[in-house]
Design a protein around this ligand. Structure first.
Ligand code: HEC
Ligand code: HEC
Ligand code: HEC
Ligand code: HEC
Ligand code: HEC
Length: 187
């Protein structure tokens, strides 16, 4: 009885939490029930898994149902080491417009600070805009350096978020054809 009441309240809370524009804004590949459950939720906001990363990897990890395989972006063998998880780069619900007026793909960029445009919280450069409209134009280059694979980098040899370093490495290719998402974006 108490459990039934808790579930009822949870459903009501979910319904009232959803702004009208949020409820129907979802990429066609996903359904609400892929990620949320009103019964037996293990995570916050009625998520199926205890962490967002575990949730995404339950389908996009090696054993998951999705053909699109992904991993976190990490290298623990370099100094300083780094580790970025799904929610550092992806908005779980919908593709967002970017600051240039286009729309990002692959859920890249989050609505940080409620500005309605795709952004990423970088480790060394604060919150920055991210533009990713096309798989073969990962890097936007000068003068903005707001491409999906530039926006965080300050220490890499190639594709930093400033004019520093080299910006000619494999421009206008699909970066992930070599820097595989399933292999931490390394090679
Ligand atoms: C791909 C997984 C996924 C799908 C599909 C999904 N959600 Fe979510 N949802 C999340 C995650 C992850 C969070 C937590 C976000 C956070 O912690 O910042 C969340 C949070 C929420 C929240 C809490 C408020 C907020 O925006 O942070 C609501 C409400 C919500 N989702 C409703 C929905 C509805 C309604 C649908 C279907 C139209 C849906 N979600 C589909 C993953 C998903
Ligand atoms: C229940 C399974 C499931 C879960 C959980 C799930 N996805 Fe997916 N996702 C899919 C499927 C299915 C597709 C479509 C591709 C396919 O058919 O394998 C997809 C597609 C995608 C795409 C490509 C979308 C596009 O428009 O190209 C992205 C990006 C993505 N998922 C990210 C996420 C993230 C981030 C999470 C966690 C917040 C997540 N997914 C959780 C099943 C899932
Ligand atoms: C450092 C940023 C970053 C992190 C962290 C990250 N992603 Fe991605 N993800 C991207 C970018 C950029 C793309 C577009 C890649 C492409 O189209 O080749 C992408 C694409 C995807 C796709 C679609 C792949 C395709 O081939 O269309 C899925 C699914 C996905 N990510 C899931 C995840 C999951 C699950 C996690 C956490 C385990 C995660 N991502 C972590 C940046 C990130
Ligand atoms: C959320 C932030 C973020 C995003 C987005 C991001 N990276 Fe990184 N990446 C880092 C950090 C942090 C480092 C460590 C070096 C630095 O800070 O510049 C790094 C380092 C790397 C390295 C060097 C790893 C090593 O072992 O030396 C490669 C290769 C790389 N990233 C590829 C990519 C690719 C490809 C993309 C786009 C799909 C991408 N990154 C997007 C944060 C990010
Ligand atoms: C054809 C395969 C290939 C493609 C496509 C590719 N890369 Fe690379 N990338 C490599 C190889 C190999 C290395 C390491 C060898 C080297 O130093 O040139 C590397 C190194 C890097 C590094 C430097 C890591 C460090 O040591 O600081 C970064 C960052 C990077 N790539 C980002 C990108 C981005 C962003 C894209 C898309 C614009 C991209 N790569 C496309 C093969 C590729």
């Amino acid at each position: 009885m108490i459990r039934a009441l808790a579930v009822y309240l949870a459903i009501t809370a979910l319904a009232t939490l959803i702004p009208a524009d949020r409820a129907d804004a979802l990429i066609s590949a996903h359904q609400c029930a892929y990620c949320h459950t009103t019964h037996l939720a293990l995570g916050d906001t009625l998520l199926h898994a205890a962490s967002v990363e575990a949730l995404c990897l339950s389908c996009h990890g090696p054993a998951g149902i999705s053909v699109l395989k992904a991993e976190v972006h990490t290298d623990s063998t370099i100094a300083p080491s780094f580790r970025h998880t799904c929610l550092d780069c992806h908005n779980p619900h919908d593709n967002l417009p970017n600051w240039k007026g286009g729309e990002n793909i692959a859920l890249v960029g989050l609505d940080l600070e409620d500005l309605g445009v795709a952004r990423i919280l970088t480790p060394n450069s604060g919150i920055r805009n991210v533009v990713f409209e096309n798989r073969t134009a990962f890097t936007q280059g000068s003068p903005d350096y707001d491409g999906a694979c530039e926006t965080c980098h300050t220490l890499t040899r190639f594709h930093r978020n400033t004019a520093d370093g080299t910006h000619t490495h494999q421009v206008d290719t699909t970066c992930t054809s070599c820097h595989n998402h399933g292999n931490y974006f390394l090679r």
